[in-house]
Design a protein around this ligand. Structure first.
Ligand SMILES: *Cc1c(COP(=O)(O)O)cnc(C)c1O
Length: 485
């Protein structure tokens, strides 16, 4: 209370409450297995506990923190629980949380190199580290023609790739002459929905997105892509962009990037590779087969915020030719002019993404890489893949189940065989609902070959053998209950 006119938190109080918050987070992580993984609240239940109006007078911090337990926790789906197998993970870790805290503490806005040189240079450097760590092509390095940037999400990265493709295809004239509705983009029927959204936002129109059919492993068929491109050229359209996926969201399928790349080269199409979750696997040399053909990509993206122990949000986006991206997104109003920028000697990341301002996100990634080391990261990725393969073995050896897609890494797509189609779908849905309602684990579903399919992704930071064993045990128990009802 040194200044009676100030409502701010004093540094002393910040220190005290900060310790309490860190204690709270550590306690949360140590008791996380005691919570039902999927939140059980009904719509509106959380809001109903909040006062209708904001407080007129400031409240004690203890009261605020107490409400995290009372109000917030019941409405949390515990993504950091080792029993979380749903969607793809959004895993966190101690070093990442602390890196994020330091970033908040510095409170830097790194839109330009000059607004905090460290924010730019640490990012550039850490993303250069990642290139050899993942066995990615050297032209993604900042020291060559390309470079990397941290974005919020893969969706944003894909949008930037599409915008750069649009500009390259129109010789950077679309902003003068408009987009004439003739640019066409290609993806597979399994591609993430973010590409369709990007088509809408980029003004290219979702009608101009072609969903190319897939093979029996749910990977894009290159010959189907080639013939669709021919048809579009014949119809007077301009093929511009192909989005390939290394590890689709639905089944972890891997598009044949090398073959698709040669089609892209024939027609001067921009080749983008979306490896949102699976990209992390390339930390291990034995899984680098997933990067086959990536050396021909114009752009590549993966999410350390999925499987690389780095808190959401942290997406990494590489381009092979940074000049295309920068020319697409660069804006220089008078009030941002500065000597460093004019000299051309620095990177201004505001020209590498949609928004202007940016957080110091590379800190958490830097903390993670330095804490684990390459060895530590490899160890945990290998362990997740090993556990997933073990799980798939259990599924295969039980004749009541079938595997629905190749288990290449850490995602298992499987289902009960029983009954005709309708009953089979119902049985699988019921099994999933009962498992999730039990709170013992959380998994989600997809549709493959038109059939309701369970997805179990082993990728949560703390998932170990005992958790996966328990998941299988619970699946068997609920299956037996289903069969006897
Ligand atoms: C999760 C995912 C995305 C979207 O990720 P965001 O970072 O949430 O935008 C895109 N593509 C694939 C293949 C994904 O699995």
């Amino acid at each position: 209370m040194s200044d009676p006119k100030s409502f701010h938190m004093s540094p002393e109080e910040f220190r005290r409450q900060g310790h309490a918050v860190v204690d709270w987070i550590a306690d949360y992580h140590s008791r996380i297995e005691s919570f039902p993984v999927l939140s059980r609240v009904k719509p509106g239940e959380i809001r109903a506990q909040l006062p209708p109006n904001a407080p007129e007078h400031g409240e004690a911090f203890d009261a605020i923190l107490a409400d995290i337990d009372r109000v917030v926790l019941p409405g949390i789906t515990h993504w950091q629980s080792p029993h979380f197998y749903a969607y793809f993970p959004a895993n966190a870790s101690g070093p990442a949380i602390l890196g994020d805290l330091v970033s908040a503490g510095l409170g830097v806005q790194g839109m330009l190199w000059s607004t905090s040189p460290a924010c730019t240079e640490v990012e550039t450097h850490v993303l250069d580290w990642l290139v050899p760590m993942l066995g990615l092509p050297e032209n993604f390095l900042s020291t060559s023609s390309g470079g990397g940037v941290i974005q919020d999400t893969a969706s944003s990265a894909t949008l930037c790739a599409l915008l750069a493709a649009r500009e390259r295809s129109t010789k950077f004239a679309s902003n003068h002459e408009g987009c004439d509705g003739r640019l066409v983009a290609y993806c597979s029927t399994q591609t993430h929905s973010s590409i369709e959204k990007a088509m809408k936002i980029a003004g290219m129109g979702s009608d101009n997105l072609r969903h190319i059919e897939v093979d029996k492993n749910f990977a894009m068929r290159p010959e189907a892509l080639a013939s669709q491109i021919e048809r579009d050229i014949h119809a007077g359209l301009t093929p511009s962009f192909v989005c390939t996926t290394v590890g689709t969201t639905s089944s972890n399928a891997i598009d044949p990037v090398r073959e698709i790349a040669s089609i892209c080269r024939d027609h001067n199409l921009w080749l983008h590779v979306d490896s949102a979750m699976s990209g992390t696997a390339a930390l291990c040399p034995e899984f680098r087969f997933i990067n086959d053909g990536v050396e021909f990509a114009d752009s590549y993206t993966f999410n350390p915020h999925k499987w690389m122990f780095t808190n959401f949000d942290c997406n990494v986006f590489y381009v092979a030719e940074r000049k295309h991206l920068i020319e697409t997104l660069s804006i220089l109003p008078e009030y941002l002019r500065n000597q460093a920028t004019e000299s051309g000697a620095v990177i201004d990341y505001r020209d590498w993404h949609i928004q202007l301002g940016r957080r110091f996100r590379s800190l958490k990634l830097w903390f993670v890489i330095r804490h684990y080391g390459i060895e530590g990261l490899q160890h945990h990725i290998r362990e997740h893949v090993r556990l997933a393969q073990e799980f798939s073995g259990w599924v295969r050896s039980d004749e009541r189940f079938e595997i629905a897609a190749p288990v290449l890494l850490n995602l298992i797509c499987f289902r009960l065989r029983s009954g005709d189609r309708i009953n089979q779908d119902q049985a699988n849905q019921l099994l999933m609902e009962r498992l999730n309602a039990s709170g013992d684990l959380f998994l989600t579903h997809t549709k493959l070959d038109g059939k309701f399919t369970l997805r179990l992704c082993v990728g949560q930071t703390n998932t170990q053998a005992r958790h996966v064993e328990r998941a299988w045990k619970r699946i068997l128990e609920e299956t037996e209950k289903l069969e006897s009802s």
